[in-house]
Design a protein. Structure first.
Length: 530
């Protein structure tokens, strides 16, 4: 029963804490945010000034002089952005660079204006589609064009067979370029793209591929932007947040930072981490420590949310339920105070649903019953923990808290279930084997091969990879076309899916090298500013 945030095994006696490389292309970029989303819920801007940012997060290594320089460069680049973006191609190129460097939260208004202008040009027949076929074909005969084609293909939704073909063609072509070993810089750019396509990667992690590099052939504004990105990266010491996180396994907290990337959402990240820590602990209780009778009683207590009945639980379960009750009440009170809506019923319902899914898996193991693959996946989407996390994010953001949206979020909509499917299936591929976990987890592949006798493992693996690709298409579609949730919420859902390869790609030593690298680059390593 490999749950959403299972990276380490936590003892029930542990304290429950409450309190020349790849270049930016000059071709039209491929990014989800470039697609007009006029129907999305309107949300307030979370952008803060650099001074507010620094004082709020308390990085002791940042001086007033540094902040003044940062503020000056930020305002200066906004003026440059306004001038350069009058050219349609340059405007999109700048947006692509800003997003890839992970600093787009400073330019939300400017980006929205440029994209709206681009949308109107396209609607009036003045867009890029007017290039003749020969020019378009030439773009995809060189490395830069192939990289852009591969990046664009990541945005496919169900029914777009042309993008499937584009992904296959560009992937195979780029691999041939790798075999040809053209030069070091092209080789590195191709590997970065194939391993970490922009749309399916965390920008804070991939931004280092673009910092300190040679952007030959690009206009001078890229130098200003590059220096601004370096300063922004170094501002993210997150000292105040780490004061909270130091008492917890960092892997719990890294999920919160991956989901909510805006620097101004510190309080939301801290509150989210409290819930994430409980998912880890509760999952280990079901996987390792609890008997089936104890787990059944535990679920009944949570379903009724009966504090008095918790006295019948084993001590470690009783302590866990107390922490769950305290954290749920604390978050509910905060949401009500800040946004005028009490989410306690939704949060309790989400926790009850998660507990029931854990119990279903415990019963499967206890009875030695192997469920049907579809039955396993349907339950596994819930036991992944994605729903409980995104329900908390929805209320903590406080955007679009209507009765209709609350009912939608309570019932695990596709924008949540598709991200959960990606996580569950990726985990079940077998790459994430926790050597310290004494429990017994099933997997979709186990169920699928049992159901399809004689199928080879490699074919079963290809089947799962295809299901993951289809789940990505559904997630793309939900984020592009849905009308109910804010862009920040959509980005959080995408970021969960983007985080999965970092969190579940173990090496032969049962380590997570990609995750370790991400944590170091995000939290500890400053970038030299020349």
């Amino acid at each position: 029963m490999a749950s959403f945030f299972k990276v380490i095994c936590t003892s029930p006696n542990s304290p429950i804490v409450i309190n020349k490389t790849s270049r930016i292309s000059s071709n039209p970029p491929s990014s989800l945010s470039l697609i007009p989303r006029c129907n999305a819920v309107k949300e307030p801007s979370f952008v803060s000034t650099p001074l507010q940012h620094a004082y709020r997060y308390g990085n002791p290594n940042i001086t007033d002089e540094f902040l003044d320089q940062y503020a000056s460069k930020l305002e200066g680049f906004k003026r440059v952005f306004k001038l350069v973006s009058e050219d349609p191609l340059q405007g999109l190129t700048m947006i692509d660079a800003i997003q890839r460097l992970g600093i787009d939260h400073h330019f939300q208004h400017e980006i929205e204006q440029v994209l709206q202008r681009q949308f109107m040009l396209s609607a009036n027949g003045n867009g890029f589609h007017n290039h003749d076929l020969h020019v378009v074909a030439l773009r995809f005969r060189d490395i830069k064009g192939l990289i852009e084609l591969y990046e664009a293909s990541q945005l496919g939704i169900d029914g777009e067979d042309a993008l499937d073909e584009a992904r296959e063609f560009s992937s195979q072509s780029l691999k041939k370029w790798l075999m040809a070993k053209v030069d070091f810089f092209s080789d590195r750019a191709i590997r970065n793209t194939l391993d970490q396509p922009f749309h399916k990667s965390l920008s804070r992690f991939t931004a280092r591929n673009l910092l300190g590099t040679d952007f030959q052939g690009t206009n001078g504004w890229i130098n200003i932007l590059q220096e601004l990105a370096k300063m922004e990266f170094n501002l993210l010491g997150l000292a105040k947040e780490l004061e909270f996180a130091r008492d917890q396994p960092m892997k719990w907290y890294i999920w919160s930072m991956a989901c909510l990337t805006d620097p101004t959402l510190s309080e939301q990240r801290i509150d989210l981490t409290k819930s994430i820590s409980l998912i880890y602990i509760i999952d280990d209780i079901f996987d390792v420590y609890g008997t089936l009778d104890e787990l059944t009683l535990f679920v009944q207590v949570v379903e009724r949310w009966d504090y008095a009945a918790s006295d019948k639980l084993p001590y470690y379960m009783k302590i866990c339920f107390k922490a769950l009750d305290d954290i749920t009440n604390e978050i509910s009170q905060k949401v009500y105070k800040e946004h005028g809506r009490n989410p306690i019923n939704s949060l309790r319902k989400a926790w009850s649903t998660l507990f029931r899914a854990f119990l279903v898996e415990a019963r499967w193991f206890s009875s030695k019953n192997v469920p049907k693959a579809n039955e396993y996946l349907e339950n596994g989407i819930i036991s992944s923990g994605v729903h409980i996390v995104l329900v908390h994010i929805f209320f903590l953001l406080g955007i679009g808290l209507t009765d209709q949206n609350v009912e939608l979020i309570d019932n695990n909509p596709s924008i949540i279930s598709s991200a959960a499917t990606i996580l569950r299936l990726w985990d079940d591929l077998g790459s994430a084997k926790d050597e310290n976990q004494d429990g017994h987890d099933g997997s979709y592949i186990d169920c699928y091969t049992k159901e399809n006798q004689g199928i080879e493992f490699e074919n079963a693996r290809k089947h799962v990879l295809n299901m993951i690709a289809n789940a990505w298409k559904l997630l793309n579609q939900e984020c592009i076309f849905q009308k109910s949730f804010s862009m920040t919420f959509c980005k959080a859902s995408l970021n969960i899916a983007r985080m999965v390869p970092l969190m579940y790609s173990y090496d032969e030593n049962q380590c997570l090298p990609s995750l370790d690298e991400y944590m170091k680059s995000l939290l500890y390593q400053n970038i030299q500013i020349t």
